[in-house]
Design a binder for this molecule. Sequence first.
Ligand code: ATP
Ligand code: MG
Length: 445
Amino acid sequence: MSVSLNIPENVNIILKILKEAGYEAYIVGGCVRDAILGRTPGDWDITTSAMPEEVKTLFRRTIDTGIKHGTVTVLIRGEGYEVTTYRIDGEYEDGRHPKQVTFTRSLSEDLLRRDFTINAMAYHPETGLVDLFGGEADLKARTIRAVGVPNDRFDEDALRILRAVRFSAQLDFEIEPATLQSIADHAENLRLISAERIRVELTKTLVSDHPEKFMVFHDTGITKVLFPEFDQMLAMPQENPWHCYNVGRHTMEVVKGVPADPILRWAALLHDVGKLWTKTIDGEGKAHFYGHAKKSAEFAGDFLRNLKFDNHTIEMVCLFARHHDAWFDGSDKVTRRVISRVGKENFPALLQIARADAMAKSDYAKAQLLPKYDRVEEGYYRIMAANQCTTLKELAVNGGDLIKAGIKPGKEMGELLQSLLTHVIEYPEENVKEVLLERTLSSRS
Ligand code: ATP
Ligand code: MG
């Protein structure tokens, strides 16, 4: 059976130049996998028997991207392509850069170092597919299988156990039993892997088309190592009319229900973790979780900081966790109040989370919440269209106006402005300079 893949013109040029100079060259790894699947590859990686210095002499414009590891970026018509010399890897430091590598002139040695059969194929338009480990068959069977002996591969680099789950979530593939068992046996080794590498794989899993595969992290004991609170969430029932799932299952439903964006998926994953520390049971046997949103936001901050997330992501996830259960009654007044807490630009995303949250609750809760959220959304558009004030910046008076009116700058003035904001959130039509000044002066006399 011969596979024929669609390769971009620029990639073909690179393969041709290397070949004409007497070297072997193939596209390899993720792009071969994706091209066979009919997915658009993120990048086209080329592997070659030529040494990095040899590659550099063949192309006019190159960048030493990772020359020590054998990678040279070749620029063709403004586009960059990574060309990497066949190599045998030592231990990995991060996904692409092992601590020490040995170059080789043998393609099969290079393919042997790769993680999964579906990622270990090479292709050249003339030679066709080089598939030494049954990668094509595994693609057809939708299977993730380690190259060679799973235990050896995961001993070399424990990150691969996260990659296995991540690929299964991106592709909706199953992990074959021996590989899965070995993943479970290597979960503890994740303690040696850097936070940055872990962050990348967890996030890719969460934003994939099948974030429910996050459960594989639980089933293989990975969350026990990286996120033990998740296991506790799965073990915590919610005995009240609002819920039909335990905290963990509910959480997974919310994750699936929000758009595939890193901030939203992380916020969904962490929005209810605070329930672990706030659960109470009342006289009627009903569970309550007072103040859980605040606890969730605190936990999210610590957790994401440990994973070395950027400040913006941390801030946004905490904001959404903190306000995910904001109380609404459908009135524009209350909607403005919530908008003033989260910001106009963030409100639509908060509503997406609130809706996904509701969808993952009992029929009773859905009937209570969903119609209300429709009214909240209409209100939001009304508030935006009318340009109603929800921030100090939009207030019709500022500090300067108050100084002119004889009020001294300082703490008291800050409180005054804040109280005016609270007032106009309640009465938007009173966001008029004269009205607010009048109000201020009369309240002080
Ligand atoms: P994507 O780019 O969509 O995330 P990919 O398969 O291209 O997926 P990369 O991380 O870009 O993944 O790596 C390219 C190739 O390098 C992989 O297909 C695999 O063959 C190999 N590879 C990457 N990381 C590892 C690793 N930790 N262990 C073994 N092989 C790896
Ligand atoms: Mg790639």
